[in-house]
Design a protein around this ligand. Structure first.
Ligand code: 1CP
Length: 353
């Protein structure tokens, strides 16, 4: 177990703990990845999963964007399905597709057969965190995991899905199976995050990327108790926690309830909701992260500049309206076709505003 670094001066950590930041902090979801030629070059030698389980490679892929962009945080290079793999589930991360599960989990017997996280198998990810903490200097490292619902969606569907029909069918028609599955995935998420915290990450983000597919009442009944258990259990570590999903306008209040009020908590917002509206929906004392539409980055610099200024202004209004702080980010991940030069300029602009 390592001791956490003292990063009191970090603008990112100031914003997520409700202190005044010296500048608007900025980082990008998927700042590593296919938009970077150096990423594509290194990935030619390692499959996605192999890269995640090789500490030196995961460390290098995490650092690549920091050499280009003056971002205020690094995010561990890994994937939300990595703990599933380390719990013995046969899966692959297929280029241009995403995670594919060989034997999807669909019956009570399938759920019963699910094993806990193998501490040995997951160790390389925590080693990557240790390497990064030593290499990063004064830049904070964000650890992450998938939320139980988004993990369940891949396990039950067997891969990426637009409407998540089998996942919703299990949730609504076989609630006992659903709750058993979510309980196991909550333990898995907790084990993955605890290991990262013990290895020294400075903050965590929980991705419930596909929660926006649910109605508010289904979210409250079938998902919130489990995401809530993740945050409640981790609150004692005192590490700032961000809760993110896409298309979650109607869920923002519930997602902020899942976070533990009174701790350093942030809700990630996509581009469909203004930060000012989000501030009115989340619990008092919650910070906000977001929310430039990643597609705007493909629309040329004048459009990027206009949109970025609007996000920074909206963030200021959100803070005036009670948000605990604002971290500039995209509303979802960097698209592979994004010009890295635009991101370099965007970081400079946000810092200058
Ligand atoms: O730089 C970073 O952001 C760190 C790396 C990172 C993170 C935070 C990766 C690497 N994956 C993730 C999280 C992740 N993985 C999420 C949550 C964030 C989000 O909503 O984007 C999700 C839903 C996944 C699942 C996944 N893995 C997908 C999505 C599939 C779908 O359903 O549409 C994909 C395409 C992957 C593969 C993957 N993970 C990461 C990268 C760089 C890639 C692409 C691999 C490649 O082809 O090079």
């Amino acid at each position: 177990m390592s001791t956490r670094r003292d990063l009191t001066e970090s603008p990112y950590l100031a914003a997520v703990t409700g202190r005044k930041a010296s500048r608007v902090p900025v980082w990008f979801m998927r700042q590593a990845g296919r938009s970077l030629p150096e990423y594509r070059a290194l990935r030619e030698q390692h499959s996605m999963l192999a890269a995640c389980f090789e500490p030196e490679v995961a460390c290098e892929l995490t650092l690549q964007p920091l050499r280009r962009y003056d971002v205020d945080a690094a995010i561990l290079f890994s994937d939300i399905v990595v703990p599933l793999r380390a719990a013995g589930i046969d899966l692959d991360i297929v280029p241009d597709v995403g995670p594919v599960i060989s034997d999807p989990v669909r019956t009570a017997a399938d759920i019963d057969a699910m094993k806990p996280l193998d501490p040995q198998a997951i160790q390389p990810i925590f080693q990557a965190v240790s390497l990064l903490v030593a290499a990063l200097g004064d830049v904070p490292l964000i650890g992450f995991a998938g939320a139980p619902f988004t993990l369940a969606s891949y396990l039950v569907e067997g891969g990426p899905s637009r409407n998540h029909p089998r996942t919703k069918a299990m949730m609504l028609a076989e609630p006992a199976s659903w709750h058993a599955l979510m309980d196991k995935l909550t333990d898995l998420t907790l084990g993955f995050l605890r290991g990262q915290i013990d290895a020294g990450v400075d903050a965590i983000q929980v991705f419930d990327s596909w929660a926006g597919t649910l109605s508010l009442s289904d979210y409250r009944q079938y998902v919130l108790p489990y995401s809530g258990r993740v945050f409640a259990t981790l609150a004692e570590h005192g590490v700032p926690m961000t809760h993110f999903g896409v298309g979650t306008a109607e869920l923002l209040g519930a997602m902020s309830q899942a976070l533990q009020p009174g701790t350093a908590t942030v809700v990630g917002v996509d581009w469909r909701t203004s930060l000012t509206d989000a501030a009115a929906r989340v619990q008092p004392g919650t910070g906000l992260q977001g929310n430039l539409d990643p597609v705007v980055l493909l629309a040329g610099w004048p459009a990027v500049e206009r949109a970025a200024r609007a996000v920074v202004d909206d963030g200021r209004r959100a803070v005036d309206a009670g948000a605990a702080g604002h971290v500039f980010n995209l509303g979802h991940g960097v698209l592979p076709e994004t010009d890295p030069g635009v991101l370099t300029e965007l970081v400079s602009l946000v810092h200058a505003l």
